[in-house]
Design a protein around this ligand. Structure first.
Ligand SMILES: Nc1ncnc2c1ncn2[C@@H]1O[C@H](COP(=O)(O)OP(=O)(O)OP(=O)(O)O)[C@@H](O)[C@H]1O
Ligand SMILES: [Mg+2]
Length: 450
C-alpha cells in the first residue's frame, strides 16, 4: 500500500522535469500536468496515491486544488510546494489537510524523505488496523464458558446491560469471572471500538489512586513535573472498569460519586472542570449490601453503582459447568502440535465435582494447567489434581478442639482455617475476620503460615 502513483502539478517546466526525473528514478509512476484544472480532471479519471502541487499557479491555485482533491479523493495524499519564505501558504496548506510541504528550490533528497514519511505513516495505519483486529480476536477467544442456569442468567444480564450506558456492578467471589464479564459487556456494546480502561482500586493507596483516575496538573504535588491525563480522560467515549471498589476509602468513594452523578471532575491540583462520556463498570468480591453494612461501601455510592447488578455464581453452585470448563482449559493449555489432547478420567471429574473450589474458575484453570504438566501419559487422574478434598471437607467443619488451647494457638488456627477457606486470599480473610490486611500479613509472618 506504499505510494506508487504520483501526479505532479506545476506551471514551471523546469520544476516538472526535475521532479519527473527524481521520482521516476525512485521507481514511482509519474504523471505531469501544468495547471490545477487539468490536475483535477486527471484525478477524477484515475487514482493517485500522492499529488505534489505548486501553490502559485495561474487558474486554479494549489490550495484550492488541495481542497477539491480532499472532496473527490480523500485518500490521496497532497504535498504542496511553496515559494521560499511564504510560510503562511505552508501553514494554510497543512490546515487544509496537506500531508507535508516543500519549499522552492526543491531539493531531490527532501522530496524522497517526504514520500518515505508517507509510507511510514501508512505502515502505522496498517499496523493499527491489524492490532485492532488482533485485539478483537483475543477477546473473542476469551469467552465465558458455562451453560448452567445461573450462567444463563448472567448472559441475559450482560445482553441487557451491553447496549445501554448504565453503570454496572458485578459482584462475586474471587475467580468467578468478574473481569471477563466486564470485558464482554464492553466488547458487545456500541463502545467496543473505544477504549476499555481497567483500574485496580485495591492496588493503589488513596492519593495515588486519585491522581491515576483524575489526572493531575503540573505542580499539583512534588514530582508533578507535567500535567497528566487520568484514566477517566483516557476512557472518554469508552468504558472504565473500577475493580474492587469496596477496597477504597469513603473519602475516595465520595469523589467517585460525583463523577458518576455529573460525569465531570477536576484534575488533582486543577480548577478546570473536565467533562467525560464514560461508561462505568465496578466490581467487588463482597456482597454489596453486606459491604454497605460493614462500612466498606458508601450507601449512596452503592445506589449509584447498582443500576444494573450482576451477581456471579461461585463454581460450586454450578458444578454442571465443570466438564465444559475442564475441556475448555484442556484445549487452551494442552496444545502441543501433533499429540492428542490429554483426557480427564471419570474419577477425576467426579473428584472435581466434590471439591468446593474456593478460588472458583481461576483455581480450576490453574489446576488443569498444572495437571497437564504433571500427568504422565494421556490421562489426567485424581492424583494429578492435588485437590485436598478430605482436608477441605474437614476444615469446613472447623474441627479444632479448643478446650485446652492457648489464645495464641486459637488465633493461629482460626487464621489458618480462614486462609484455606478463601484459597489464601488475604483481603478476603481480613474481611471475614474483621481485621486489616496488614494485621493478617503480620500474623502470617508471626505464625509462619503459608
Ligand atoms: N465462565 C468462565 N469461562 C471461562 N473462563 C473463566 C470464566 N470465569 C472465569 N474465567 C477465567 O478465570 C480467571 C479469573 O477470572 P476473572 O479475572 O474474570 O475473575 P474475577 O472474578 O475478576 O477474580 P478476582 O476477584 O480475583 O479479581 C480468568 O483467567 C478467566 O479467564
Ligand atoms: Mg478481577
Amino acid at each position: 500500500m506504499a505510494v506508487e502513483s504520483i501526479l505532479v502539478v506545476d506551471d514551471e517546466p523546469l520544476v516538472r522535469d526535475l521532479l519527473n526525473e527524481v521520482l521516476k528514478r525512485e521507481g514511482y509512476r509519474v504523471t505531469l500536468v501544468k495547471d490545477g484544472h487539468s490536475a483535477l480532471k486527471r484525478i477524477k479519471e484515475n487514482h493517485f496515491d500522492l499529488v505534489v502541487t505548486d501553490v502559485k499557479m495561474p487558474g486554479l491555485d494549489g490550495l484550492t486544488l488541495l481542497k477539491e482533491i480532499k472532496k473527490v479523493s480523500p485518500s490521496t495524499f497532497v504535498m504542496v510546494i511553496t515559494a521560499y519564505g511564504s510560510i503562511e501558504d505552508a501553514v494554510q496548506a497543512m490546515k487544509e489537510g496537506a500531508c507535508d510541504y516543500l519549499t522552492k528550490p526543491v531539493i531531490p533528497d527532501q522530496i524522497k524523505i517526504a514520500i518515505q514519511k508517507i509510507s511510514q505513516y501508512q505502515n502505522l495505519l496498517r499496523e493499527n488496523r491489524y492490532l485492532k483486529s488482533e485485539i478483537d480476536h483475543i477477546y473473542r477467544n476469551k469467552q465465558l464458558i458455562g451453560e448452567s442456569p445461573p450462567m444463563k442468567r448472567v448472559y441475559r444480564m450482560i445482553a441487557k446491560a451491553a447496549p445501554t450506558k448504565s453503570t454496572v456492578l458485578i459482584y462475586g467471589e474471587t475467580g468467578t469471572g468478574k473481569e471477563l464479564v466486564a470485558r464482554e459487556i464492553h466488547n458487545i456494546s456500541p463502545r467496543k471500538r473505544r477504549p476499555f480502561i481497567k483500574v485496580n482500586c485495591a492496588a493503589l493507596p488513596e492519593d495515588l489512586l486519585e491522581s491515576e483516575l483524575f489526572g493531575y496538573e503540573k505542580g499539583a504535588f512534588t514530582g508533578a513535573l507535567e500535567k497528566k491525563e487520568g484514566r477517566f480522560e483516557l476512557a472518554d467515549t469508552g468504558t472504565i472498569l473500577l475493580d474492587e471498589i469496596s477496597e477504597t476509602s469513603f473519602n475516595f468513594q465520595a469523589k467517585l460519586l460525583r463523577v458518576l452523578q455529573e460525569r465531570e471532575f477536576e484534575r488533582v491540583g486543577g480548577t478546570r472542570t473536565i467533562k467525560v462520556d464514560v461508561r462505568v463498570i465496578a466490581t467487588t468480591n463482597m456482597d454489596p449490601l453486606e459491604a454497605v453494612k460493614k462500612g466498606k461501601l458508601r450507601e449512596d455510592l452503592y445506589y449509584r453503582l447498582n443500576v444494573i447488578p450482576i451477581s456471579l455464581p461461585p463454581l460450586r453452585e454450578r458444578k454442571e459447568d465443570i466438564p465444559l470448563l475442564v475441556n475448555y482449559f484442556l484445549k487452551k493449555y494442552d496444545s502441543q502440535d501433533g499429540r492428542k489432547l490429554k483426557e480427564v478420567t471419570p474419577e477425576c471429574l467426579e473428584m472435581m465435582s466434590r471439591y468446593h473450589w474456593p478460588g472458583n474458575v481461576r483455581e480450576l484453570e490453574n489446576a488443569v494447567q498444572r495437571a497437564i504438566v504433571v500427568s504422565e501419559g494421556n490421562y489426567i487422574t485424581p492424583r494429578d489434581l492435588f485437590l485436598q478434598i478430605n482436608n477441605d471437607d474437614a476444615i469446613s467443619e472447623f474441627p479444632f478442639d479448643f478446650s485446652d488451647a492457648t489464645l495464641e494457638e486459637m488465633e493461629k488456627r482460626l487464621i489458618q482455617y480462614t486462609l484455606r477457606k478463601v484459597a489464601g486470599n488475604r483481603t478476603r480473610a481480613a474481611e471475614i475476620l474483621g481485621v486489616s490486611v496488614r494485621t493478617i500479613r503480620n500474623k502470617i509472618k508471626k505464625y509462619h503460615l503459608t
